[in-house]
Design a protein. Structure first.
Lengths: 619, 378
C-alpha cells in the first residue's frame, strides 16, 4: 500500500489534523497559564519581585537520634543559636564581622576566611559566623540589632554527644559539608551538616532527613517579616543500635588506662554490644565546629585518637590464632586429640631455634593441653605439617584477611600470608621457617580486634560467620519501624562437630583449669571459654621480648572469650596495645570484667548475689 | 492533497520553517545575552556570542542536511543508530560529570551530548521500520516489538546517566511516531487497556515501597532535584514570569534575573528571563512562533512523498514539540522540574546544532516531495 493512494492519504491527513488540534490545544493551555500569571496575577508577582524582598531560608531537618538497644539516647540534639550574616544586607561586611567579634568576645574570628567564604556563596544566602553562641551573646546581639544590619540569630538543633568521648569511634561525628563532599552528594549545600565518620557517616541517608525551606519576605535590614510559602522539612530517622549503653560505658572505664580496643558481640547474630577504642576523642568539638588547633592536636597525636582500633588497628593475633591452627590440624587429620608432642622449651627447625614462651618447656602435651597452656612448640610442629596455605585457608574461613563488612568506613582487612601472597608482595618464595611463626599468629599475620571477636563468635556459635552489625532498626520520627536489620550470615567455617567440641573444651579449660593461661577471666558460676595471646612486636626482624623496652616495642596483649561455653551469649575480644604484659595478665581481667558486668545486667540480682563477693580480684 | 492543506495555512513559501526557526533562535540569543548581563561589568556576554556562533554552525548543519536526498538516510538508518548508541555507551566511560550525572563527552573545547544525537538516530531508524512494516489494516501489536526493542537500549542508557527528562522526551517521541504510523483499532484497544490497568497500579506500588526506598529511587533518577531546590526554582521562575506583567520590564531590566534569583537561567529557565523582560506580549509572540513552526511542519509531513519522509519529519517535530511543552510547563509551574531545555532558545551548542540539523531534514523532506526517486515499498 502506498502513501499517495487515496485511503492512505485520507487516513494520514485525519491523524495529522488531530495532531494539529492537539498541538494548538497544548500551546493554548500554556498561553492561558501565562495570561493568568502575567496579566491576572501580575501585580502580586511584581510586588514579590521588587526590592529583592523574597528570600529563601533553608529549614534544616532535625537529624535523627541514636539510641542504644534499650532505648537510651546515645546521640542527641539540643537547641542552639547560630550567628548568621547575609553579606548583601550589610553596609560593610568586614566591619560587621569585626563588630560581631567584639560583641561575641571572640577575637579569633578569622575575618579573611569568612570574607573568602562569602564570595563563593549564592547571593542572599546567609553565612554562619559562629555556631552555638551563649546566652550573653544572644542578648548582646538582640540589643545592638539596629547597628548590625544583615545579622541574624538562627535557632537550630545542634548535635550533641551526651557521653562525650564514649563510643565516639562508633557513633562518629558530624561537620559542615566540605567542597569535595558537595560534589559527591547532590542535595547538599554549603553550610549543611553531614556525617563525617562512624555511624553518622555510614547511616547518613537515614539520619539526615529531608531539609525544607521557606520563602520569607524581609525588610531593608534583612529581617524576616512574614513567611510566604513553606516546604516543611522531614525529620531524620532514628537509629536503634544493638549497643548496650551500660556495657559500653563500663568497658570504656575499664580501658581508661590503656590504649587498645574491646569488642563484645552476640555470637548467634553478629550484633555488637560494645565497641571501645582507646584513646578516644570528644565528637562534640566537631558538632560545634572544630578549631584549627584542636584539629591539629587530634591529627598529630602519636597515639592517633581518631583511629578506631577495633576495625583499623591491625595486630599480630599471637596465640589467639592457635584456635585456627588447631581447627585446621583436626580437620585435616594432621593430629588427633591423642597425638602427643614433646616440648622441651624450644624447637629446632631449618638451622634455627624456635622458642616456646615457657623456657623450661611443657613436656609431653596433647592438643588440649597445648591450647590450655598455649604451648608454642606443639603448634610449630603442627604448623609445619599443615603448611602455610592450609592455615591460610582456615584463617579465611574464619573471616581473617578480609574486612568483616561492618557498616563503618575505613575498615582494615588484616593480613593472612600465603605462598601466593608472598610471591606477589615480595617476589620471593615462602620459607618453611616462616610457617612456624604463622602457626602461632606471628610473622606476617595481622588481624583487627573486630575480626578476632568474630573468630571467637564463630567458634562459639558452631561455625557460622555473621556480618558484625551494630544497628537493630531504623524508626521514623513517629516511632514506626522503617527498616529492620536482620542478622546476615556471610560464611561457614565448615568444621566438624567433633572439632568444635574439642576446641570448646580446650578453650573452657584455658580459663577454668588450674594450669590454664586465662585463669583471670574465670567467673564463679558461669563457664567462660577463651584464649590468651601475647603478640610480639617485630622490629627490624628481631623479636623483642623484654618489657623494659620503650613503649612502642612492647608486646600487645590479647584475650578472646565467649560465655557461657555451653550456650554462648557473648563473645569478647580484648586487645591492649603495648601492654607490657601477657594476654593472660593484662587482657583476660578486662574480658572477665566485661563478661561479669554483662551477666550482672542480663541475669540481674541473682547473678550478683551469687558472685558479688568474688568479683574482680579473685584471679 | 497539497491543495487541501494549503487552504488552512498562512505560510505558503519555502523556507518558512527556516525563518521561523531563526526567529526563535534570535530571540533566544537575545535572552541569553540578558541572562548573562551584569550591569556592574563592562564585559560583553560570552554566552550570547557563543550561542550566535553555534547558531551559525547550526545553519551550516541544517544546510548540510538539506543537501542530499533524505531517502539515503533510510539505507543508513542502522548505521546511524549504531553510531548513536556507541556514543551513548561511551558516556559512562569517558563522559564528564556535572551535577551528579554524566551526560557529556568532551572533544577538546567542545562537548557533545550524545543523547541528543541518539534521539535523531532513533527517529530515522523508526521511520524506516514503520515505512517498511506498513499494513492496510494498521499496525499489529507484534509490529511494535521491534520499535520497543530499538527504544529500550538508548532510553535505558539515558536513564542511568541519569537524565530523566531526556529519557521521557525520547519515549514521547517514539509514542508520537507510533501514533502517526497508525496502530490498528485492536492494537489501540490493547495499548489503552494496558495503560489503564497500569496507571491505577502505580499508587498501589508506590504505597508499598518504603519512603526511603522511594526517596532513593527519586534521588537516583534526578540528582539535581533537591525537592526544596526544585520548589524554590519554580517559585522564583513564577515570580519572574508573573512580574513581567503585560508589557514586561524591558530588555536587561529583569530584576529576578539580574539578581541571580533564577537558577539555570541560561538553559532550563531561559523562558523566565525572556518573559520577565518582554511580558505577556513577548511570551505570546514566542509561543506563536513555536505553534507556527509546528503547524508548518505538520504540513510538510502531510505532503511528504512517502511514509518514510512523513515519519522522519514527524519524529523531528515531535521532539521539538515535547521539549517545548515540557519546558514551558515546567517554568510556568505546571509540570515538575525535570531539566529539559527550550528548543532553539536555551543556551547550549550541542542541543542547538542537533535541533537545527533535525529541522534541516524536515526542510529536506519538503523540498524533495516532487522528486521522482522513491524508496521501494515492501
Amino acid at each position: 500500500m502506498q502513501l499517495n493512494s487515496r485511503e492512505g492519504t485520507n487516513e494520514l491527513r485525519r491523524r495529522l489534523l488531530i495532531c494539529g488540534v492537539g498541538v494548538a490545544g497544548m500551546f493554548a493551555g500554556i498561553g492561558l497559564r501565562l495570561y493568568r500569571l502575567q496579566v491576572g496575577q501580575g501585580d502580586t508577582w511584581r510586588s514579590l519581585s521588587e526590592n529583592n524582598r523574597i528570600r529563601l531560608q533553608r529549614l534544616t531537618a532535625t537529624r535523627g537520634l541514636i539510641y542504644d538497644r534499650n532505648g537510651e539516647p546515645l546521640v542527641d540534639n539540643r537547641a542552639s543559636f547560630d550567628v548568621v550574616v547575609v553579606p548583601e544586607d550589610t553596609k560593610d561586611l568586614a566591619a560587621t564581622i569585626r563588630r560581631l567579634a567584639q560583641f561575641l568576645r571572640t577575637p579569633d574570628l578569622n575575618v579573611k576566611q569568612l570574607l573568602a567564604a562569602a564570595r563563593g556563596r549564592p547571593p542572599y544566602e546567609g553565612l554562619v559566623i559562629k555556631r552555638d553562641v551563649d546566652y550573653d551573646a544572644v542578648v548582646a546581639l538582640e540589643t545592638h540589632q539596629l547597628e548590625l544590619a544583615g545579622v541574624s540569630l538562627d535557632a537550630g538543633p545542634l548535635r550533641t554527644y551526651p557521653y562525650g568521648p564514649v563510643g565516639s569511634h562508633l557513633f562518629g561525628y558530624v561537620g559542615e559539608v566540605s567542597e569535595s563532599e558537595l560534589g559527591e552528594n547532590p542535595g547538599y549545600r554549603m553550610g549543611d551538616l553531614i556525617g563525617k565518620a562512624g555511624a553518622e557517616k555510614s547511616w547518613e541517608t537515614r539520619l539526615r532527613g529531608v531539609p525544607g525551606g521557606q520563602q520569607i519576605e524581609v525588610d531593608a535590614l534583612g529581617r524576616k517579616l512574614r513567611v510566604l510559602s513553606r516546604v516543611p522539612q522531614t525529620q531524620g530517622n532514628n537509629m536503634i543500635l544493638s549497643i548496650d549503653r551500660r556495657l559500653q560505658l563500663f568497658t570504656e572505664q575499664l580501658m581508661e588506662e590503656h590504649e587498645g580496643a574491646v569488642v563484645a558481640m552476640k555470637p548467634d547474630t553478629g550484633e555488637i554490644l560494645a565497641m571501645v577504642s582507646k584513646p578516644t576523642f570528644d565528637p562534640n568539638v566537631f558538632a560545634r565546629g572544630i578549631r584549627r588547633d584542636e584539629w591539629r592536636q587530634l591529627t598529630t597525636d602519636k597515639l592517633k585518637p581518631l583511629n578506631n582500633r577495633a576495625i583499623q588497628g591491625q595486630y599480630p593475633p599471637g596465640s589467639t590464632f592457635k584456635i585456627i591452627t588447631a581447627a585446621a590440624a583436626l580437620e585435616e587429620g594432621q593430629v588427633t586429640p591423642f597425638t602427643r608432642i614433646f616440648c622441651g622449651g624450644s624447637y629446632a627447625f631449618a638451622n634455627r631455634t624456635f622458642r616456646c614462651w615457657k623456657k623450661g618447656g611443657h613436656g609431653t602435651v596433647d592438643l588440649h593441653r597445648a591450647i590450655v597452656e598455649s604451648c608454642d612448640v606443639y603448634f610449630y610442629q603442627v604448623g609445619v605439617k599443615l603448611g602455610v596455605d592450609t592455615i591460610a585457608d582456615y584463617a579465611h574461613r574464619f573471616g581473617l584477611g578480609t574486612v568483616t563488612g561492618v557498616a563503618l568506613d575505613h575498615e582494615k582487612p588484616g593480613l593472612i600470608p600465603s605462598t601466593e601472597w608472598k610471591r606477589a608482595r615480595f617476589n620471593e618464595a615462602w620459607f618453611q621457617g616462616e610457617t612456624l611463626s604463622v602457626a602461632i599468629g606471628q610473622g606476617y599475620v595481622l588481624a583487627t580486634p573486630l575480626q578476632m571477636a568474630n573468630v571467637i563468635a564463630t567458634v562459639a556459635n558452631g561455625g557460622t560467620r555473621h556480618r558484625p552489625h551494630f544497628v537493630r532498626r531504623i524508626e521514623n520520627a513517629a516511632g514506626d519501624v522503617v527498616e529492620e536489620i536482620q542478622p546476615e550470615v556471610v560464611g561457614h567455617a565448615g568444621l566438624r562437630k567433633s572439632t568444635l567440641l574439642q576446641l570448646r573444651e580446650a578453650l573452657r579449660d584455658v580459663v577454668n583449669a588450674p594450669n590454664g593461661t586465662g585463669k583471670k577471666a574465670k567467673l564463679p558460676n558461669i563457664d567462660v571459654g577463651g584464649k590468651t595471646g601475647t603478640s610480639q612486636v617485630f622490629k627490624m626482624g628481631k623479636q623483642v621480648k623484654t618489657n623494659n623496652m620503650p613503649r612502642h616495642l612492647r608486646d600487645h596483649a590479647w584475650f578472646v572469650a565467649f560465655a557461657p561455653v555451653d550456650a554462648p551469649e557473648i563473645a569478647i575480644a580484648v586487645l591492649i596495645e603495648h601492654a607490657g604484659g601477657g594476654g593472660g595478665a593484662m587482657a583476660a581481667p578486662i574480658a572477665h570484667d566485661v563478661a561479669d558486668f554483662y551477666f550482672a545486667l542480663t541475669r540481674g540480682r541473682s547473678y550478683q548475689l551469687a558472685s558479688g563477693e568474688t568479683r574482680h580480684d579473685e584471679a | 492533497m497539497r491543495v487541501q492543506f494549503d487552504r488552512r495555512l498562512i505560510y505558503h513559501f519555502d523556507g518558512v520553517l527556516m525563518l521561523l526557526m531563526l526567529a526563535i533562535i534570535a530571540l533566544g540569543t537575545v535572552s541569553v545575552y540578558s541572562a548573562d548581563f551584569d550591569p556592574n561589568s563592562s564585559r560583553a556576554s560570552i554566552f550570547a556570542a557563543r550561542q550566535a556562533m553555534w547558531a551559525t554552525m547550526g545553519v551550516l548543519a541544517a544546510l548540510a542536511m538539506v543537501s542530499f536526498d533524505y531517502r539515503k538516510l533510510e539505507r543508513y538508518a542502522y548505521v546511524a543508530y549504531g553510531l548513536g548508541l556507541s556514543l551513548l555507551l561511551a558516556v559512562p566511560l569517558i563522559g564528564s560529570t556535572s551535577n551528579g550525572s554524566k551526560r557529556w563527552i568532551g572533544f577538546g573545547a567542545f562537548s557533545v551530548q550524545p543523547s541528543e544525537m541518539m534521539k535523531l538516530a532513533l527517529i530515522i531508524v523508526l521511520a524506516r521500520y514503520f515505512h517498511r512494516s506498513m499494513r492496510p489494516e494498521g499496525l499489529r501489536l507484534r509490529d511494535l516489538v521491534v520499535p520497543v526493542l530499538l527504544t529500550l537500549p538508548p532510553v535505558g542508557l539515558i536513564l542511568v546517566q541519569p537524565d530523566l527528562g531526556t529519557a521521557g522526551v525520547t519515549c514521547f517521541v517514539v509514542a508520537s511516531m507510533v501514533v502517526l504510523a497508525g496502530p490498528s483499532p485492536r492494537t489501540w484497544a490493547i495499548l489503552c487497556g494496558a495503560a489503564l490497568s497500569v496507571v491505577p497500579a502505580l499508587p498501589y506500588l508506590a504505597s508499598h515501597l518504603k519512603p526511603y526506598q522511594l526517596k532513593r529511587i527519586e534521588t537516583f533518577l534526578s540528582p539535581e532535584l533537591d525537592p526544596l531546590g526544585a520548589g524554590y526554582h519554580v517559585i522564583q521562575s513564577k515570580i519572574a514570569i508573573g512580574s513581567g506583567g503585560f508589557y514586561g520590564k524591558g530588555f536587561l531590566h529583569g530584576t529576578q534575573n539580574q539578581l541571580h534569583f533564577l537558577p539555570e537561567q541560561h538553559t532550563d529557565f531561559i523562558f523566565s528571563v525572556f518573559s520577565e523582560e518582554w511580558g505577556f506580549v513577548g511570551a505570546i509572540v514566542l509561543i506563536t512562533l513555536y505553534l507556527a513552526l509546528m503547524m508548518r511542519g505538520l504540513v510538510v509531513v502531510g505532503r511528504a512523498k512517502e511514509r518514510f519522509g512523513a515519519l522522519l519529519a514527524f519524529g523531528v517535530l515531535s521532539n521539538i514539540l515535547w521539549q517545548a511543552v515540557i519546558n514551558l510547563g515546567m517554568t510556568t509551574g505546571m509540570l515538575p522540574v525535570v531539566g529539559i531545555t527550550l528548543p532553539f532558545f536555551s543556551y547550549g551548542g550541542s542541543s542547538l546544532i542537533t535541533l537545527m540539523a533535525g529541522l534541516g531534514l524536515v526542510i529536506n523532506v519538503n523540498m524533495r516531495r516532487f522528486s521522482k526517486d522513491r524508496i521501494p515499498n515492501f
